[in-house]
Design a protein around this ligand. Structure first.
Ligand SMILES: [Zn+2]
Ligand SMILES: [Zn+2]
Length: 330
């Protein structure tokens, strides 16, 4: 098995949120207010991904903070599913491409409508067309909150061209009816050979019922709960985008991961103190162990040699998690 370390070479960690909504669409905080919140919490970058509008917000960039140009392309329910409070939907994050210049004219304030169709079959075909269209512009596309969206394994297995899916979404974890985490669906896709990364995001709207603004500290304040830590050469759209596309990041709701490496047929994991460490592989089952004192900081695991991929997740004493991306062997 080849040695691999996604966090090797010269680079630094940059904390970011890849999914948020401001007053440009249906969020309650202005872009300026969101920048202030995230910067104060130690973030280096933020994707202001308002619905169907692609904005760079270049005036908010400074030497230590970057707005990562993006939008959320929503394709919402066919008519026959309306009225029951739930519906199948494709919501896709469109992230600025690493190979396009940051001042590309497509980047500032472009409204891109996702198609709406009346039957699921048409809808599905439109989703693939949409992904292909965004990729042809050079953008990276993710599948957002698949559990909340009521997407099935078959829906996601049939789609191609998305580079990542949300495995944690703060807004859905807060009020999405157990729709915040999607790791089981992720593993099912990985087991069948899909090579996709997993991302944790906020999807913050910060709404408080009925129409108010959720203040920091409120249980409905969904900012700063799920993030990615990207290992990149610098804080720029191209460097962050490159690292994202290569899976050189991990996702977290709390714990830190400093090492996840395969060397001489052995996996090495290092993290902040946690209660549980799990190594998830296919087809072998790898490793899971717990320590009630929550002082676990390392795992070492000799690979069988037949694994097709391995990933790790850790859980701290408060139930907060972090997830590495898979290392693929085939
Ligand atoms: Zn969404
Ligand atoms: Zn969203």
């Amino acid at each position: 098995m080849k040695d691999y370390n996604p966090f090797s070479g010269s680079g630094k960690w940059y904390k970011g949120n890849l999914h948020s909504h401001s007053t440009v669409s249906d969020g309650t905080y202005s872009p300026e207010e969101l920048k202030e919140v995230y910067k104060r919490h130690g973030y280096s970058f933020l994707a202001l991904s308002d619905h169907r509008i692609f904005y760079a917000h270049k005036s908010l960039n400074d030497s230590s903070f970057l707005i990562y140009p993006s939008m959320e392309g929503n394709m919402t329910a066919p008519g026959e599913m309306s009225g029951c409070g739930g519906y199948r939907a494709y919501h896709m994050q469109v992230l600025y491409a690493p190979n396009l210049a940051a001042d590309h004219p497509l980047c500032e304030g472009e409204r891109i409508e996702a198609p709406l169709k009346t039957t699921w079959d048409h809808y599905y075909a439109s989703a693939q067309t949409y992904i292909d269209s965004m990729r042809s512009r050079g953008n990276l596309v993710t599948i957002n909150h698949p559990i909340w969206s009521r997407l099935t394994y078959a829906d996601l297995a049939a789609l191609n061209g998305y580079f990542a899916m949300e495995i944690y979404n703060s807004e859905c974890a807060l009020d999405g009816m157990d729709a915040g985490e999607g790791t089981v669906l992720w593993d099912l896709l990985l087991r069948e050979g899909k090579k996709i990364w997993g991302i944790a995001t906020d999807d913050c709207h910060n709404r408080d019922k009925p129409d108010g603004k959720a203040l920091e500290g409120s249980p409905r304040f969904s900012s700063c709960r799920g993030w990615v830590q990207v290992y990149a050469t610098e804080l720029s759209v191209s460097a962050i985008g490159q690292a994202l596309s290569e899976g050189r990041f991990y996702s977290s709701t709390g714990p830190e991961i400093s090492r996840f490496e395969v060397k001489d047929g052995t996996v090495f994991l290092s993290c902040s103190p946690v209660q549980k460490i799990e190594l998830i592989a296919e087809p072998c089952r790898a490793l899971g162990y717990s320590d009630l004192a929550a002082q676990l900081t390392e795992a070492v695991w000799k690979l069988d040699g037949r694994e097709r991929y391995i990933r790790a997740q850790v859980t701290d004493a408060s139930g907060r998690k972090a997830w590495t991306n898979p290392i693929f062997f085939v």
